[in-house]
Write a protein that binds this ligand. Structure first.
Ligand code: ATP
Ligand code: MG
Length: 395
């Protein structure tokens, strides 16, 4: 079935009072962004606490729905058959044709719910309910009316044209991107960090990302995998500015100077510092990581405390209480899993100690870091100065 309009429903939370138009405008912007490169023309407009997408040209309804399902803030997507108003007799025919095509099996109950946005229409909502309902009953003897719990709630909305719909496809929920500032995602090639970015973005937060690359220990393909993951997350979060930092010299220097069982923690502290530098520079209000308590040695409560100690801005760890399986489920749902499990090393896996500390003592770690005094500031500065910036768009 081809639909000419999509009626978009959004939640009530966070849209009360003065913020309402900000929320709606951001949502309209995100809907336009989601549909921008599709075939067809889309007129997105808001009216009476709803958003409508009127479609023209050679568009594909399924593709439009798929894209709308990536727009945070939408709770429901209703595909609408839109007809010119050619009088009530024609409206009845259109409604009957709609029911016939949408529900080949007529062993269902239904109820008509009319809404007359154009008050000059000759029938009121009650009259439309009764007469359109009657027309459906006359056309299909098996169909029954159930006013309390109908299988199908058939909406007829009289605007300038007539809108007919009955389906509500769930949207992703959340808040429109852009209503809650921006944060810096530490994005690796693993399963967790893309999911973490998705979850924070779902609350209306725009994303930038930083990836620490260690050529030649990590390959170009490992970097490409991170770009690919950012492009998948960008389907939901909007375009992502990705900073690719060459971390090799810092890693080698830490490797040479510090106890190997502390390598990961010290490296993670430098990653946080550098990511924070870029975050501050571009107006991000926090950092995001894919850490989860106890998942690996560098994510025990003590390790997290040691990593966190270098951060002056809030660090958001949306997966902190998730089991791996729960994270995998989200990554499958959002489409990053298949890319995340491609077997290219990310930079952490090269320099891992056989027996990393699991309960690092912050004073001992700081003592070890003193051994880096001679060159580390210069190496960090070089890493910052040589950053490669990639503007990642949705894939
Ligand atoms: P992931 O699946 O996200 O890679 P992980 O289970 O491999 O996570 P760690 O390697 O300990 O866990 O990394 C914890 C977090 O640190 C990651 O979720 C990510 O946010 C960040 N991180 C780790 N390595 C990198 C990297 N090379 N570049 C950017 N961020 C990284
Ligand atoms: Mg990792």
């Amino acid at each position: 079935m081809t639909f000419q309009t999509f009626l978009l429903k959004y939640g009530e939370i966070g849209i009360k009072g003065k913020n309402r138009h900000l929320f709606e405008d951001a949502l309209v912007r995100q809907v336009r962004y989601a549909l921008k490169d599709l075939d067809g023309e889309f007129e997105v407009h808001k009216s009476q606490a709803r958003i409508y997408v009127d479609c023209e040209g050679a568009y594909d309804s399924d593709e439009v729905i798929e894209r709308l399902q990536t727009v945070f803030g939408l709770v429901g997507i209703c595909p609408v058959v839109r007809k010119a108003d050619q009088g009530f007799e024609q409206l009845k025919k259109d409604v009957v044709a709609f029911m016939d095509e949408m529900y080949p099996d007529k062993n269902i109950t239904f109820k008509v719910e009319a809404r007359r946005s154009r008050k000059s229409y000759p029938l009121n909502s009650m009259e439309i309910n009764c007469k359109a309902g009657e027309a459906v009953l006359d056309a299909f003897p098996e169909i029954r009316v159930d006013v309390h719990k109908p299988d199908v709630l058939l909406h007829i909305e009289v605007r300038n044209e007539i809108y007919i719909y009955s389906q509500i496809i769930p949207g992703p929920g959340g808040m429109p991107v852009g209503t809650n500032g921006k944060a810096m995602l530490l994005l690796s090639g693993g399963i967790d960090s893309p999911v973490a970015g998705y979850m924070i973005s779902k609350r209306g937060v725009g994303l930038e990302a930083t990836y620490f690359h260690a050529p030649p220990y990590t390959s170009e393909r490992a970097k490409q995998k991170v770009v690919d993951l950012a492009a998948i997350v960008a389907r939901y979060a909007g375009p992502i500015k990705l900073n690719v930092v060459n971390f090799t010299d810092i890693q080698l220097y830490i490797y040479d100077q510090c106890p190997h069982d502390e390598l990961t923690i010290i490296m993670r502290r430098y990653m946080m510092k550098i990511a924070q530098h870029f975050a501050e520079e571009s107006g991000c209000l926090g950092l995001i990581t894919g850490e989860s308590i106890g998942q690996v040695a560098s994510q025990t409560m003590q390790s997290l405390a040691a990593t966190n100690e270098v951060c002056t801005m809030p660090v958001y760890r949306p997966l902190i209480g998730f089991d791996k399986q729960e994270i995998v489920e989200v990554s499958e749902k959002i489409g990053t899993y298949g890319t995340s499990i491609q077997p290219f090393e990310d930079c952490c896996t090269i320099f891992v100690a056989k027996h990393p500390v699991t309960k690092p003592n912050i004073n001992i770690i700081k003592k070890s870091e003193e051994k880096l005094a001679e060159k580390i500031d210069e190496l960090v500065q070089t890493a910052i100065d040589t950053v490669e910036v990639i503007e990642v768009r949705r894939s």
